[in-house]
Design a protein around this ligand. Structure first.
Ligand code: B12
Ligand code: SF4
Length: 525
């Protein structure tokens, strides 16, 4: 008998073990209840990855496919997961819904649990349930698939639920230091060692569900997630983080360092990934953290490294010495949202650093023996052909950093989609179609002030820049799932065009290898 058993479900990357069930378990136990965390993400991955079924199954979760084989497999798996959950004889079953991509699996799992044990209570939580615009919870409530839905931060609410004092709310924690850090003791962490050969002989280095991360692929390493802050200090127009977390809060440097050191000593962690929207939100605190960790790593000859999302700041407010300290602390790979080579576009986004700031950042990273994952957005509403060319040129300009190993990846995402909760989502000049329930088509939109940027044009630019990046030698993952979505959308457009008798070929202006003259190419998506 246990008070709550909390599980993670696909679709989630297996870059590191799911953070939420480990955090929820720690909070619940600190309040005197019993909790067990079960990880169906790794179970599912290790069973199917490397088999001919994997792609189909992965796509089934995201796209509206009617593939009956995938459906039957998920029925079988969720049936088995329900048995595993119920074998703990829990009062509550908690399901962590990481994003909207987990809904199909979550619904199936709820149904299986309901069928087997109608009296066991089910609570859902996670960012996938915190989608206030599309109200993801409606369908679960209407069909009585669960007993409670917890949105926002889960630590306090879940304790209140078990204490029977919970009242529906959208919680955000204020004082993060007062909550315990993640407890991974129920997980088999060995399964997350990325390059470890698996029973079915598949090798984890080949996959991160469409994401790249060369740095993640190299050794037999264990990465653990750390959640040091929530929210963001910026308000970029395309991003929904400011709406999801209206206030930025961070744990103190001492508190974060204590967790890093304790997890490192307990689990022999080689890499930490900060799940924060940005790790350098509070510069003073971040610098302090770097000092503590640099000191610890040096004194103890500790070899862990740290990755996380980082914002580029005005170069005048930073120094080479600062980056040397970050490096000594283990902050070896920073994921940096450069977004565009065009300052005009970045300015509109609310990212007000200059191209010179980026140049100097790259230089400092190189000198400090650090690395960058450069993240870009293709097809921002104001992006003209000239702006797009500036992003292409930036990739070309930075090839020296690619060749010397400073830039390890150019991440291109999909095409710009409009987050309904972002500032762009509220911009009256963005025109998007809506379905019968009023949900907007986040991919297929136009911007009245830049009418040439059609959805087709965005897809074209996305493919052009991917070819350009790959030809230059960047690791630039095709991000299979995003491309699959674009293909599907393209197919729909093609069908509409055929009805209207218009051609649907995408013309790619291919810059060719570095020295070759530009060539015109066509491609079909
Ligand atoms: C790191 C990250 C990733 C990593 C994930 C690595 C991994 N395996 O965990 C990568 C880059 C792979 C990724 C991918 C995606 N991500 Co992501 N990701 C994040 C990010 C930055 C941090 C997530 C995190 O770990 N947070 C820390 C944990 C502890 O928080 P949490 O899971 O939300 O859990 C808390 C609460 O939600 C709640 N809770 C969670 N589970 C449960 C369960 C119960 C029972 C209860 C009571 C409470 C509860 O309590 C927890 C503690 O407070 C968030 C944004 C953010 N800053 O949070 C986006 C975010 C979660 N991602 C998002 C999306 C959309 C995606 C993708 C779909 C993107 C894409 N188009 O492909 C994919 C889907 C997942 C996949 N394919 O792996 C959205 C989700 C929005 C939504 N409603 O769907 C977010 C919120 C970003 C955003 N701005 O919109 N992501
Ligand atoms: S894009 Fe990054 S920096 Fe901008 S608001 Fe979102 S999380 Fe913050």
């Amino acid at each position: 008998m246990t008070d709550i058993v909390i599980c993670s479900i696909p679709r989630m990357s297996i870059y590191y073990p799911p953070a939420a069930p480990a955090l929820i378990k720690a909070s619940v136990e600190a309040a005197g209840f019993t909790a067990t965390a079960l990880d169906f993400v790794i179970q599912f991955h290790d069973k199917y990855f490397g088999t001919a079924l994997w792609d189909k199954l992965d796509q089934w979760m995201v796209l509206e496919t009617n593939d009956s084989e995938s459906y039957n497999i998920f029925q079988k798996e969720t049936n088995d997961w329900a048995d595993q959950l119920l074998s703990h004889n829990p009062t509550w079953i908690g399901i962590s819904v990481f994003s909207f991509q987990s809904h199909k699996v979550a619904k199936m799992l709820c149904m299986q649990i309901r069928k087997k044990s109608p009296t066991t209570k089910i609570v859902l939580g996670g960012a996938g349930m915190t989608d206030v615009v599309n109200d993801a919870s409606k369908i679960y409530k209407q069909n009585k698939l669960c007993d409670e839905i917890i949105t926002g931060d889960g630590e306090r609410s879940i304790v209140e639920l078990l204490q029977s004092t919970y009242k529906e709310k959208h919680d955000r924690l204020e004082n993060l230091d007062s909550w315990p850090y993640a407890d991974f003791s129920d997980y088999d962490l060995d399964l997350y060692k990325v390059n470890k050969k698996k029973k079915n002989n598949s090798n984890k280095q080949d996959i991160w569900q469409g994401y790249g991360n060369a740095w993640y692929r190299r050794d037999e390493i264990l990465t653990l997630p750390i959640t040091a802050s929530r929210g963001c200090v910026r308000k970029c127009t395309f991003c929904d983080i400011p709406a999801l977390w209206p206030k930025y809060v961070t744990r103190s440097a001492d508190n974060i360092a204590e967790e890093v050191i304790s997890q490192y000593e307990q689990h022999n962690v080689q890499r930490f990934h900060f799940t924060d929207s940005l790790i350098n939100g509070n510069q003073k605190n971040f610098r302090l953290l770097a000092d503590i960790l640099a000191n610890y790593r040096t004194k103890n000859n500790a070899d862990f490294t740290i990755t996380g999302q980082y914002i580029c700041r005005n170069e005048k407010h930073e120094t080479q010495e600062y980056y040397d300290t970050l490096s000594a602390a283990g902050f070896k790979i920073l994921e940096i949202g450069i977004e565009s080579g065009s300052e005009r576009v970045r300015h509109h986004m609310g990212k007000k650093f200059s191209n010179r700031d980026v140049d100097i950042l790259m230089e400092r990273l190189q000198r400090a023996n650090m690395m960058a994952v450069a993240m870009f957005i293709v097809g921002y509403p104001t992006e003209t052909l000239e702006d797009f060319q500036e992003t292409m040129d930036m990739l070309t300009k930075y090839t020296p950093y690619l060749y010397n190993g400073t830039i390890v990846e150019a991440r291109l995402g999909g095409t710009q989609h409009i987050e309904p909760m972002s500032a762009l989502g509220r911009d009256p000049d963005i025109v998007a179609s809506r379905d019968s329930e009023g949900n907007m088509d986040i991919y297929n939109w136009t911007y009245t002030k830049n009418p040439d940027l059609t959805f087709k044009e965005r897809i074209r630019r996305r493919l052009v820049i991917m070819e350009h990046a790959q030809q230059l030698g960047y690791l630039s993952p095709t991000n299979n799932q995003e491309i699959a979505i674009l293909k599907k959308k393209w197919q729909l457009l093609k069908e509409q065009d055929e009805i209207l008798n218009k051609p649907s070929t995408i013309y790619i202006s291919n810059p060719g290898p570095k020295s070759s003259p530009k060539a015109e190419q066509t491609t079909t998506v």
